[in-house]
Ligand binder design. Structure first.
Ligand code: ADP
Length: 491
């Protein structure tokens, strides 16, 4: 099958979160199954042109404002299977992408011209395929920045040569981000106004790019089965639950896999010693190194609770760190544990975390983004905390389990699909779960885990091994994507 991925991010070139990892890992898994995959993303300012190969001639892209001209660069995706190389293309347009930031900067988090930038990008995907004389079977768009691809395919491009048999798929990685903009930007798409309603752009007199993509794609999915259910409810549907219910027949959840090369305690170059479920000695070494790195006392007997997170509301940081009501302070004050956190995000939260670390000797933080430290935290912690308000898939709970670190998670989205709650009677489970997001639920569940650590040691060790022996490889998920593509082609 020929698949073109249209995304605003792809690891390792442009990444703000899980989307980038998913696009690249899924592409690799599909290529390993023998499919022909290409990826296209914008050429952001931070992507060096030097090592890339430039395609001959400019690419003309029609917009409401006339033809825009851009260059296209390409390289092969690192890790591509030798005989089935994945080409990744970069659409290079100075006016739209020649600046710092993917979606914005700290001073301007959502660039004013984002609807035009990504409308241009989505239109360029079709022109690129034509230039390559490569008719994909599937155009696979990701999130709101790619959401106009299914719209353009349905309302226009299909009627021109090159895409007669092409079908579109849209993956929703996070329904919280929809690309809602003033209708004043609509003209730039070069679609007629009668399409505005027909394609599903209309959103309380605004233009909603994701909603249009949801209405137009041949098949839709999100990144876990539970999140697919939740997004069809009013409480978690971010006002698109009705549209998603309407598209129910074509909408499913497919869990993200993890990169088992990068996240594997037996081969991890960021931890002091490798380990596996058969020989856990290296995990104790990682704990020692973690305590040292964060300036904690080197006690082997105390449980370490780790956390790596974007510090934003979605991740439950209000209930954990909210000044005066979050439970992190009482957790660290009342329980014999050590708490380490790595993260960046909202200012108030970063400040509160700094304040907590100055008040508590067993709470240490690094306000930073560090790939290396994230591996050490996964390996060296006993528990990993993810009290997410919602979690489309989540990666860290899966990393935790394969590193023998027990996740403490809210029963939602991908967390619910991957973690089994501890059963005190049988000793079964792979982690600790709670339903409602409030400070005392987090406090009680961390307390439960710490209690088990001190009083049910055999259960804890059994859960670690159970978690480590699970497989979260991309191959399983890639096969489900293939089934979805086949279903799209059959429409
Ligand atoms: P989301 O995409 O919503 O942020 P995920 O759990 O799906 O959440 O993926 C986030 C990825 O980013 C994980 O691999 C996580 O370890 C990583 N990450 C988040 N914050 C940091 C940080 N400060 N340092 C290193 N890695 C981080």
């Amino acid at each position: 099958m020929k698949i073109m991925m249209a995304s605003s991010e792809a690891a390792p070139f442009a990444k703000t979160g899980g989307l980038a990892d998913t696009v690249s890992s899924l592409s690799l898994a599909l290529a390993n199954l023998g499919h022909e995959v290409k990826i296209v993303i914008p050429r952001y300012y931070n992507i060096d042109r030097e090592p890339l190969e430039q395609l001959e001639g400019p690419l003309g892209v029609g917009t409401g404002g006339g033809e825009e001209w851009c260059a296209v660069y390409k390289t092969s995706l690192p890790g591509s299977p030798g005989k089935n190389t994945i080409e990744i293309f970069f659409v290079d347009h100075e006016k739209f992408f020649g600046r710092d930031g993917i979606y914005g900067t700290p001073a301007e988090p959502d660039f004013l011209d984002n609807p035009r930038r990504f409308s241009f990008f989505c239109r360029s995907v079709f022109q690129l395929c034509r230039k390559l004389r490569w008719e994909p079977d599937i155009l696979h768009a990701h999130d709101w920045p790619g959401a106009l691809v299914p719209v353009f395919l349905k309302f226009g491009e299909k009627y021109f040569p090159g895409f007669d048999n092409t079908k579109s798929v849209l993956t929703i990685h996070n329904l919280g981000y929809q690309g809602i903009y003033s209708k004043d930007n609509y003209w730039f798409t070069s679609l007629n106004w009668d399409v505005f309603g027909a394609a599903g752009f209309e959103d309380w007199n605004m233009m909603n790019l994701l909603k249009a993509g949801i209405c137009c794609a041949d098949k839709l999915n999100t990144v876990s089965r539970r999140y697919a259910e939740e997004t069809r409810t009013q409480s978690q549907g971010f006002r698109l639950d009705g549209v998603l219910r309407y598209r129910s027949e074509d909408y499913q959840g497919i869990l993200n896999g993890i990169d088992t090369e990068l996240w594997n305690p037996a081969r991890d170059k960021f931890i002091p010693a490798p380990y596996s479920s058969k020989n856990m000695a290296g995990k104790a070494k990682a704990k020692e190194a973690l305590q040292k790195e964060f300036g904690l006392s080197g006690r082997a007997d105390v449980p370490v609770v780790g956390m790596i997170s974007r510090l934003v509301d979605q991740k439950g940081v209000g209930e954990l760190f909210g000044p005066g009501y979050g439970s992190a302070f009482s957790i660290c004050r009342d329980m014999d544990l050590q708490f380490v956190i790595l993260g960046t995000g909202e200012n108030w939260c970063e400040n509160e975390i700094r304040s907590l670390s100055s008040r508590l000797s067993n709470f240490k933080a690094k306000i930073a983004y560090s790939e290396e430290l994230s591996h050490l935290i996964e390996a060296g912690s006993d528990f990993f905390l993810m009290p997410s308000r919602y979690e489309p898939s989540g990666l860290n709970q899966m990393y935790s389990m394969v590193y023998g670190t027990l996740p403490i998670v809210r029963n939602t989205g991908g967390l619910a699909d991957t973690v089994q709650n501890y059963n005190q009677d049988s000793g079964g489970g792979t982690g600790f779960m709670f339903d409602d997001l409030n400070p005392s639920a987090i406090y009680n569940t961390v307390g439960w885990a710490v209690w088990a650590y001190y009083n049910r040691r055999d259960d804890i060790e059994g859960m670690r091994i159970r978690g480590m022996n699970q497989s979260f490889s991309w191959e399983i998920s890639a096969k489900k994507y293939i089934a979805m593509y086949e279903a799209a082609l059959a429409t």
